[in-house]
Design a protein around this ligand. Structure first.
Ligand code: FUB
Length: 329
């Protein structure tokens, strides 16, 4: 009987059919990084705690689908318990496939980025190098908060890792995906007149400075990179004001400089904006998170909407919907 009950619980927990945003409702999730592996769409997320009073997450989650409606919860695919060199703050991950292995990149302690490997997209993942790939304590140029890794493997096979909070960084990865290839570089973002857009902290003279960061192209955090028709789209959050959201800049070069283009979407309820853009079954999607379900910025929920481009390749800013994405036929 115990066995039957546990089987029922497993089935209820692992197969979810939500067609409305947020599309995962049985646990809090954030920072969705969507990837297509072997014809299936996987979303790697932070896992906000039910009793969270801060971003004190303990493990990472993963969900997958083949129709954008029925989601499988793969549970905790990796956890702080699996890392010998970090104790706290399991933040925004990303995952990629190379040589039939899956690599999970994860920030911890607001200071370090690690990499774990698995034979399947849903893990189980193992910390592969036993130390940080980027260590913000040993390497000050990593910036004050080296977090939020996002990976691009370009058509020529070169891999890049974008990361950072307020200070945007990029570094090449070696073919083995677990070693840096060269030094960390700044990601430069320009406006259309060629002026550099740089984060400025509040100061006594300008105490409300961050309020402006909802409307301009300044880099906050949460980078994401994709390539479409030969153009590199560098997507990121422009801060934490009420007008802040996911925005983007483009370049012909994956290392930049990038030129700020505009918003990916209108602002949502959460103070943080972090998501990803992916194409699946001939449709582009934007994944993001909100706090609509909990009303609490530390208990977020992942959402998805369709994304469209105009003829010039500009992103048509999304107005987030409650309906979310209906099943793809
Ligand atoms: O989820 C924790 C942090 O909040 C992420 O690393 C940031 O991008 C923001 O979403």
């Amino acid at each position: 009987m115990k066995k039957v009950f546990s089987l029922l619980v497993t089935v209820v927990i692992t197969s979810i059919s939500y067609s409305q945003n947020p599309f995962i409702k049985h646990k809090y999730t954030a920072d969705p990084s969507a990837r297509v592996f072997n014809g299936r769409l996987y979303v790697y997320t932070s896992h906000d705690r039910d009793d969270a009073t801060y971003f004190d997450m303990l493990d990472w989650a993963c969900f997958s689908t083949d129709n954008m409606k029925d989601w499988k919860d793969h549970g905790a695919i990796f956890s702080l318990k699996d890392i010998s060199w970090a104790e706290k703050w399991a933040w925004a991950p990303d995952a990629v496939k190379r040589n039939n292995k899956y690599y999970l990149y994860y920030p911890v302690e607001r200071k370090k980025i690690g990499v774990a490997v698995a034979n399947k997209p849903e893990g189980p993942f193992k910390d592969i190098i036993g130390k940080p790939l980027v260590d913000g304590i040993a390497e000050p140029f990593a910036g004050a908060e080296p977090i939020d890794p996002a990976i691009l493997i370009d058509d020529d096979g070169q891999a890049y890792m974008y990361f950072g909070c307020r200070e945007a960084r990029v570094v090449k990865l070696k073919e083995n995906m677990v070693e840096l290839d060269g030094s960390l570089q700044e990601v430069i973002i320009l406006d259309k007149q060629g002026k550099r857009l740089l984060w400025k902290e509040k100061s006594e003279k300008e105490p409300n400075l961050q309020i402006n960061h909802g409307g301009d192209g300044v880099y906050g955090e949460g980078p994401w990179m994709f390539k479409r028709n030969g153009l590199y789209y560098y997507v990121y959050s422009n801060g934490w004001s009420k007008d802040a959201t996911m925005i983007y800049a483009t370049s012909q070069n994956p290392m930049g400089p990038f030129v700020y283009q505009g918003k990916v979407m209108k602002p949502v309820s959460s103070g943080t904006s972090h998501g990803s853009i992916v194409t699946y079954k001939n449709q582009w999607y934007v994944f993001y998170h909100t706090q609509d379900l909990s009303g609490n910025g530390f208990k977020r929920s992942i959402c998805v909407d369709k994304l469209f481009f105009n003829k010039n390749g500009d992103i048509i800013p999304v107005a987030p919907t409650k309906e979310g994405v209906k099943k793809v036929d």
